[in-house]
Design a protein around this ligand. Structure first.
Ligand code: HGY
Ligand code: MN
Ligand code: MN
Ligand code: MN
Length: 428
């Protein structure tokens, strides 16, 4: 039937994507524009510009747009019947400080392209369909990833998210920035206020597996577990010229040993760790730093592995501190926890069939099932409705980097699979 042959408009999809990428480029951190990639941090002026474009565009496509108390934007296109919640395509417009041009925004644009294709072909879906832009998926500026979908799912209290203070320079809270840019919506940030029949997300893989396996589409069956910690080490500020090495309480030396040790623990337990934030005080060449705090991002396929690593970190870090006569001067806070997630068979099936249709006779050999190493808003969406994701390959698996790249052909394939997965679910 007519639906089966629906195609996305690749040229329009890429023009839209490049159009919104104007909001977030620019010379940053003293680097040339090409080196900085996207700097569209959550709730920044750049994010506001992209959000305003999203609202104007989806309203122009006949959608009813609502904004919830976390600033998430829901655009809904009515169906023939509207006595069932919409099937949503979703992702995020915010980026890392020097991120790429596809992470998050490709999924949002693919959702908008879906609406345009439906309008171009005068198609009335059985039930409503929608596109959602989730606030602060990255957790780069406000240090909790997937925070608005987490509030929507009931996993993160609204007040916790609203009071999150930005990492740099550390003055504004999420609530202040939401109202500053005019996106502190009135709709409760919850799945009861904005129910979903299903949530599908197109995203670049952000890893090398599809490219290495020469596949075109990843059918995502789940997401690995991860936790974010902040470790604070308190030593003693002392003079670098008059304090011998043994009598120092050098917080940075201790933190460095902890970071190295965390990598040994990760290797021994088949897990991943990273320290992306490191702050020290007072920050002077000739004062031994007495106060250091650093982040630790721990990831593994199984919850038990992440929990085991947390236990080892707590136990070994205090030993390392004691070894440097700092005992009792280490504080570990858990900032964020996302258990391993399994998506729903009904949505996985819809994505699989959509991929086989879009890719044609080669479909089966060009598609593979996989789990995601990165977190996504679909993690929390899946707590409240059937959910799955579509991955497309990105060059060398690079992401969270200005070099992030996804071929136009692959962007279009992903968008077309999203379109057909949503339509298939709509008729289920
Ligand atoms: O951290 C993550 O995996 C996601 O990009 N927020
Ligand atoms: Mn993302
Ligand atoms: Mn990301
Ligand atoms: Mn992500």
């Amino acid at each position: 039937d007519a639906l089966k042959s629906l195609k996305v408009n690749r040229k329009r999809l890429m023009e839209d994507l490049h159009h919104t990428c104007q909001w977030g480029t620019g010379k940053r951190w003293g680097k040339a524009e090409s080196e900085t990639g996207m700097t569209r941090l959550a709730l920044s002026d750049f994010d506001k510009q992209a959000r305003d474009w999203f609202v104007k565009t989806t309203e122009g496509l006949g959608c009813k747009v609502t904004i919830d108390k976390m600033g998430s934007i829901f655009a809904v296109r009515p169906g023939l019947k509207n006595d069932r919640p919409p099937t949503f395509a979703g992702s995020h417009l915010d980026t890392q400080p020097t991120g790429g041009r596809y992470d998050g925004i490709l999924g949002v644009h693919a959702g908008i392209e879906m609406l345009k294709v439906l309008n171009d072909n005068w198609i009335e879906t059985e039930y409503p369909v929608g596109v959602v832009n989730w606030t602060n998926e990255e957790g780069a500026r406000f240090p909790m990833s997937m925070s608005s979908s987490g509030v929507w799912a009931g996993s993160i209290p609204l007040s916790t998210a609203h009071n999150l203070r930005e990492v740099h320079p550390g003055t504004a809270t999420m609530a202040e920035e939401l109202s500053r840019i005019g996106y502190l919506g009135s709709v409760p940030a919850s799945h009861e206020a904005t129910p979903m029949a299903a949530h599908f997300e197109l995203h670049i893989e952000q890893g090398p597996l599809l490219e290495m396996a020469n596949k075109k589409v990843g059918v995502v069956t789940g997401v690995q577990a991860y936790k974010w910690l902040t470790i604070n080490v308190k030593g003693r500020d002392t003079h670098t010229g008059t304090t011998d090495l043994k009598s120092r309480a050098d917080a940075l030396l201790v933190a460095s040993k902890m970071i190295l040790h965390s990598h040994r623990l990760a290797t021994a337990n088949n897990a991943l760790v990273s320290t992306g934030i490191l702050n020290l005080k007072p920050g002077s060449t000739n004062t031994v730093p007495g106060d250091v705090s650093f982040s630790l991002d721990i990831r593994a396929p199984a919850d038990e592995t992440v929990a085991r690593l947390l236990g080892l970190v707590e136990q070994d870090f205090s030993k390392i501190a004691a070894g440097e006569n700092l005992s009792g001067f280490v504080n570990i806070t858990e900032d964020f926890d996302s258990p391993a997630t399994t998506f729903h068979a009904s949505c996985i099936d819809a994505v699989t069939r959509a991929a086989h249709r879009v890719l044609g006779p080669e479909g089966k050999s060009l598609t593979m099932e996989m789990t995601s190493g990165a977190g996504h808003d679909s993690v929390y969406a899946s707590k409240r409705c059937p959910t799955s994701m579509i991955f497309v390959p990105c060059r060398e698996g690079m992401s969270h980097n200005p070099e992030e790249f996804c071929k136009e052909e692959d962007c279009a394939i992903g968008a077309e699979v999203l379109l057909h997965a949503v339509l298939r679910f709509d008729r289920m």
